[in-house]
Design a protein around this ligand. Structure first.
Ligand code: ZN
Ligand code: ZN
Length: 280
């Protein structure tokens, strides 16, 4: 049994603005088979534009992808869903039999049908089993075979927006999706080893539906992750200053400013950098 069973790669650390070095939101979480016979899994948390090509850039086995988990229905979080399905349908030598689980907020099925209206019915019957699972805020979805649980908490962004906790192999990863300040998320993420959190805007541009450093700091301090990774930075936020801003605002734990390609090995009580710059 490895001491760091989960692999997490920040595929897209950016926002909607075109920036090849900071693509839209997409975060890879994977594990090999578990000690109790659990199957391997390869998961994306969000699937914004740039995620498909970003997985290739980061040498991730995109053809093996079997879970896509959406936080909400903004294009910077799901814009590459159709390209990913297209690549899985047509881009794999010999075709694909592995099922794909799409997990997201209520309204996911309706949106898939709308995408199929636009791009063709292949999208709902791509030649491999495609399962859509709508999870309400406060709900939970489990893949028994892979030994992975997804726990949803309402986020403060859009009516459907969810924050997610991924639990597998005795290890927990938290992901805020997009959210404004919401103290309940500190408790929801309490004890996660890795917290991937949006920090979109500078403090002087704080808003209801995104986090600034002063708003993220108390939530992260309450969550007390082994490592905090910040993502979803708008250009006006000074990335280099972010660790100091978070500390000044009361966060006392470890922090790394997320960038595309940042790869981490995550275990029950430790997070190790695999590639990308070391944490600040
Ligand atoms: Zn959004
Ligand atoms: Zn966003």
């Amino acid at each position: 049994v490895t001491s760091h069973p989960l692999r997490v790669v920040i595929v897209g650390s950016g926002v909607l603005l075109p920036d090849d070095a900071h693509r839209s939101s997409g975060h890879w979480v994977s594990a090999e088979g578990g000690p109790a016979g659990e199957a391997p899994f390869r998961m994306l948390l969000d699937c914004g534009s740039g995620t498909l090509h970003g997985m290739a850039r980061d040498a991730l086995p995109w053809a093996e992808l079997d879970h896509v988990v959406l936080s909400h229905f903004h294009t910077d979080h799901m814009g590459d869903l159709v390209p990913v399905l297209w690549a899985l349908r047509w881009g794999i030598d010999g075709g694909r039999t592995r099922p794909l689980h799409l997990v997201g907020p209520e309204g996911l099925g309706m949106r898939l049908r709308g995408l199929a209206d636009g791009f063709g019915s292949w999208l709902l019957e791509p030649g491999f089993p495609l399962h859509a699972h709508e999870v309400p805020a406060g709900g939970r979805w489990r893949n028994e075979d892979a030994g992975v649980d997804l726990v949803a908490h309402a986020a403060r962004h859009t009516p459907e927006a969810l924050a997610w906790r991924v639990e597998a192999r005795g290890t927990r990863v938290g992901y805020t999706g997009d959210t404004g300040p919401l103290p309940a998320l500190g408790a929801f993420f309490r004890g996660v080893e890795l917290l991937v959190a949006e920090c979109a805007v500078p403090d002087d541009q704080a808003m209801e539906i995104h986090l600034s450093p002063h708003e993220l700091a108390p939530m992260a301090e309450a969550a007390a992750p082994t490592l905090l990774v910040t993502v979803h930075h708008y250009p006006q936020l000074d990335r280099a200053a972010l660790p100091d801003l978070l500390r000044a605002a009361g966060y006392s734990g470890r922090v790394a400013v997320g960038h595309d390609g940042l790869a981490l090995a995550v275990g029950p009580s430790a997070v190790r950098h695999l590639s990308g710059s070391p944490e600040d």
